[in-house]
Design a binder for this molecule. Structure first.
Ligand SMILES: Cc1cc2nc3c(=O)[nH]c(=O)nc-3n(C[C@H](O)[C@H](O)[C@H](O)COP(=O)(O)OP(=O)(O)OC[C@H]3O[C@@H](n4cnc5c(N)ncnc54)[C@H](O)[C@@H]3O)c2cc1C
Length: 465
């Protein structure tokens, strides 16, 4: 097996493979628009897409600090799936029925993204193989069964609980004692989706300015070093980068997630591993991992690593820490010991947005025309699409072109949350939380008790999850 030196950073493996897009012109000076969208990730681009489709004469401008897909949208694990951060909290606060509607909307969103990509000719290596979440310890198995029962209660009749043998028939994960599979998921190539979406949006007539950082968002204004865009609606779609905007330092915490991509695996190894269904693969650890089998026969696998940089700093073009690369490689070879000699072609990181209560939200403040969507934690690939369709409906409602819809009445709309603590409390809190989760994972795998380690329960409780 030949091994390669690991490339670290360079935005992501997906861009190393795909090439970064040709740059678009920065904002040339002051201008006006009907809607100004700040941030050219999935949230901003899908919002532009649906608004322009709904009202073709709208003048929409997207302002992107670097290039479209530079953020998490071009770096993620490529799990297009039906998870949404905060559903269980909404069930506790608003009742089961509204939360179940939110879940159904997410189930539908997976199909929606696949369908629109087909309609728009966006080839993002999408394969709908579902999501397989495996348990590797008795405590994980207990959580898996609870998780499985909860998902069934939210209307996922198609979900299957699999034993060790049935799990191995799908993917031979070393030590897997069971799994839960849902069809509401697909594997995709993140950068191909971002690139394709930006091109589709531009083809519809939306203006995109890249290399244009917005320094301040205020009612009817998006301010940049090159000029100001004045618009009745200004939408903040900046997710893990939100803290860098004036006045937003403690809104959403930029949580790191890091990934590695192996060299392509020889056929003989794939024969041993299976994974012919191309499911996205996750586990039930507290510091969980997520993985996919890529279209060109690699494994791309991610996990937490160093969770948070002091002062809400973000990474340097995707570079991650060497110790994180080592930790991800350990996870890979624990799951698949036969990959001990495989080369790691690329390692990278990105930031996701985490609200204080870990609940995603989509909001339009009707008094100011300011809107935002995000705080998806690690589940934004599909959720960004639901958020975009919801922002479209909220704007149409506000501008008198429609009433409340199935989307505008979902419980995550207008959800309010308090800000994160100031530093150093923010940093200390996140470090302590992940230290607790890692210790809990270690305890669970050495003691083999079927119950979740109390330390993890305490961390969940203290963090308001
Ligand atoms: C490593 C990693 C793995 C992940 N894996 C998955 C997964 O498998 N499945 C899943 O569902 N979710 C996953 N996520 C989360 C998911 O990728 C994100 O939730 C989603 O892409 C968010 O899209 P977004 O458009 O809201 O934000 P982003 O993609 O981060 O886009 C925000 C954009 O705004 C721009 N921007 C920021 N500040 C400014 C400014 N001041 N002015 C102008 N532009 C600005 C940025 O350059 C960026 O392009 C992962 C995230 C990471 C980091």
């Amino acid at each position: 097996m030949s091994t390669t030196a690991t490339v670290n950073g360079g935005i992501s493996f997906w861009y190393a493979q795909e090439g970064t897009p040709a740059p678009r012109e920065p904002l040339p000076g002051d201008t006006t628009a009907d809607v100004c969208i700040v941030g050219g990730g999935y949230t901003g681009l899908w919002t532009a897409y649906y608004l322009k489709k709904a009202v073709p004469f709208l003048n929409i401008t997207v302002l992107e600090a670097k290039f479209c897909g530079y953020g998490a949208s071009g770096r993620n694990g490529g799990w297009l799936y039906n998870g949404i951060a905060g559903r269980d909290r909404h069930a506790r606060v608003h009742g089961h029925e509204p939360a179940a509607r939110l879940q159904q909307a997410m189930n539908h969103t997976v199909t929606e993204v696949i369908d629109v990509c087909a309609t728009e000719g966006i080839d993002a290596d999408i394969h709908r193989g579902g999501v397989l979440e495996v348990a590797l310890t008795p405590a994980q198995l207990t959580r898996l069964k609870e998780f499985h029962a909860r998902e069934l209660a939210f209307g996922e009749k198609e979900r299957e609980l699999l034993g060790a043998r049935e799990t191995a028939e799908r993917i031979r994960v070393f030590g897997a004692v069971g799994s839960s599979w849902t069809p509401h998921g697909a594997r995709l190539h993140p950068a191909k989706l971002a690139k394709g979406l930006a091109a589709a949006v531009e083809a519809l007539g939306v203006t995109i300015h890249e290399s244009t950082p917005v320094t301040e968002i205020k009612p009817k204004h998006a301010v940049t070093p090159y000029g100001t865009v004045r618009a009745p609606y200004v939408l903040r779609c900046t997710e893990g980068f939100t803290a860098s905007l004036t006045g937003q330092r403690r809104t959403w915490l930029p949580m790191n997630s890091s990934m590695i991509a192996t060299d392509p695996l020889p056929d003989a190894l794939w024969d041993e591993i299976g994974w012919t269904g191309l499911e996205t693969l996750g586990d039930m650890a507290h510091a969980y991992m997520y993985a996919q089998r890529t279209a060109d026969g690699r494994i791309a696998l991610g996990g937490r690593g160093v969770p948070y940089r002091y002062g809400s700093k973000t990474d340097n073009d995707g570079r991650t820490q060497e110790k994180t690369i080592d930790a991800l490689r350990d996870i890979l070879t624990t799951l698949f010991p036969q990959l001990a000699g495989i080369g790691i072609a690329h390692a990278w990181s990105g930031v996701l947005g985490v609200p204080r209560d870990w609940c995603a939200t989509v909001t339009l403040d009707r008094s100011t025309g300011l809107g935002w969507a995000g705080g998806y934690v690690g589940s934004g690939v599909a959720t960004a699409n639901l958020a975009a369709r919801t922002l479209r409906d909220l704007i149409q409602q506000d501008s008198g072109q429609g009433g409340p819809t199935d989307l505008t009445t979902l419980p995550w709309v207008d959800h309010k949350v308090r800000k994160w603590e100031p530093e150093p409390l923010r940093w200390l809190g996140v470090q302590a939380m992940y230290a607790a989760y890692r210790t809990a994972d270690r305890q669970e795998s050495t003691t083999h008790t079927p119950t979740t380690a109390p330390l993890a329960r305490l961390a969940d409780h203290l963090n308001g999850r």
